[in-house]
Unconditional design. Structure first.
Length: 84
């Protein structure tokens, strides 16, 4: 990949997600490619209606890091796409 940082255009921008245990709605306001521990993954920053941020590991690209994969799994379990 060779690039680490914010991706300016991505289909996730502006998407709304609901945190399952609180029903709180978040909007994706930042999408990033991140390199850590030998591999890349997608990293997003959610923002709620009050402006509070929730940074989350989003999707694996080629990471084999157990910690990264656990964080991605947790995010996928905790959030669902919000449709009104």
């Amino acid at each position: 990949m060779g690039k680490n940082g914010r991706v300016e255009e991505h289909p996730l921008y502006g998407q709304k997600f609901k945190k399952k245990n609180s029903n709180k709605i978040y909007t994706v306001n930042s999408v990033n490619i991140h390199f850590w521990d030998g591999g890349y993954y997608w990293f997003v920053v959610f923002e709620d209606e009050k402006g509070s941020s929730a940074p989350r590991h989003w999707e694996n690209i080629n990471s084999t890091s157990k910690l990264t994969l656990e964080c991605i799994k947790e995010t996928q379990e905790d959030f669902t796409l919000f449709t009104s």
